[in-house]
Design a binder for this molecule. Structure first.
Ligand SMILES: Nc1ncnc2c1ncn2[C@@H]1O[C@H](COP(=O)(O)OP(=O)(O)OP(=O)(O)O)[C@@H](O)[C@H]1O
Length: 297
């Protein structure tokens, strides 16, 4: 399968600070790739390098089989940066039309305005928009050129719940059209749901690259909660159980491997009610990895 983005031992240093160190990565066509990391980890710098906005050493980045910033790459790539609306005294529709005019095969402006729920503000000036509305317009300008590769830097900041839901629904539409998408976000719950693979960047290095499922399996600690009349001591020595706690109405088991513990509960199943299994979220694994220094995979 061809590669859309390839990083080979990529390092980058600003005048007084090394930001990225020996990054290797391949992103395949149609993949939705989540790039996460603490503030200052180097995410925006990496996106800028891939797009040719910042200079790189030869052969460290390959985009659409060429150098970053090449004409071929530029035609296929679109970006939604943080707060990147370039003009203030034009209307929403005029701005989207301007972006459409620069594209070789643009999507239909009215369709995009309709699909992104921008009809009610299409004649409003950009400097009259709220923060969330600006993000939606920014997204419209990024997709009007029908890109094959889309970069989204913190796309949902400022959007309300409805706008976020619509936004992720539209991302699913783009997935069906095999658009390759690289997303950075501090909303890890959203990344967890949408990304095929994630990379956790910290101090300029990838701490993890892979699927969310693999990461979760690696950190398969969690809790099982249920109601029962059985004594809590029965559960103390079950597979992978680390602690047992009893509240008024239920028993809570902390487990190093929730699948194993669930299997070990089967002999008691008739006497257990309202069983819930809670596994770690990407956010808690992320915090564990980046705050306390986990093992790179
Ligand atoms: N133009 C610049 N000149 C010098 N240093 C810079 C420049 N831009 C960013 N940096 C530094 O490089 C590091 C990485 O910044 P970058 O913006 O890539 O991080 P980020 O992961 O996108 O952060 P955030 O999540 O806060 O957006 C930071 O320490 C930042 O201070």
């Amino acid at each position: 399968m061809p590669t859309i983005i390839q990083l080979k031992n990529l390092s980058f240093t600003y005048p007084h600070q090394q930001v990225l160190q020996n990054l290797n990565l391949e992103i395949k066509p149609g993949e939705i790739f989540g790039l996460v990391g603490p503030n200052g980890a180097g995410k925006t710098t990496l996106l800028n390098l891939i797009q040719g906005v910042l200079p790189t050493s030869p052969d460290t980045i390959n985009v659409f089989d060429g150098q970053p910033g090449s004409l071929t790459a530029k035609e296929k790539i679109s970006t939604m940066f943080q707060d990147d609306l370039p003009l203030e005294k034009v209307t929403v529709k005029e701005l989207i039309n301007l972006f459409a005019a620069q594209a070789s095969h643009p999507a239909d402006t009215d369709t995009i305005i309709h699909d992104l729920d921008l009809t009610s503000i299409e004649n409003q000036l950009l400097n009259q928009l709220s923060g969330g509305q600006r993000r939606k317009v920014s997204f419209a300008t990024a997709i009007i050129s029908k890109p094959q590769l889309l970069f989204l830097d913190e796309p949902t900041v400022g959007m309300d719940a409805q706008a976020r839901q619509n936004f992720w629904r539209y991302i699913e539409t783009l997935r069906q059209q095999s658009v390759t998408i690289v997303i950075t976000s501090h909303y890890l719950e959203e990344i967890q749901q949408v990304a095929d693979r994630i990379a956790i960047l910290q101090n300029g290095q990838f701490r993890y690259v892979g699927s969310w499922q693999n990461l979760q399996n690696h950190y398969d600690t969690g809790q099982l909660t249920f109601q029962t009349l059985l004594a809590p001591t029965i559960f103390t020595h079950l597979a992978a159980v680390t602690t047992v706690a009893k509240t008024d109405t239920s028993i809570k088991l902390n487990s190093d491997d929730t699948d194993l513990t669930l299997k070990a509960l089967l002999p008691f199943i008739d006497q257990l009610h309202d069983i819930t299994v809670t596994r770690k979220s990407l956010e808690s694994i992320f915090l564990e990895l980046t705050n306390q220094g986990g093992t790179s995979k």
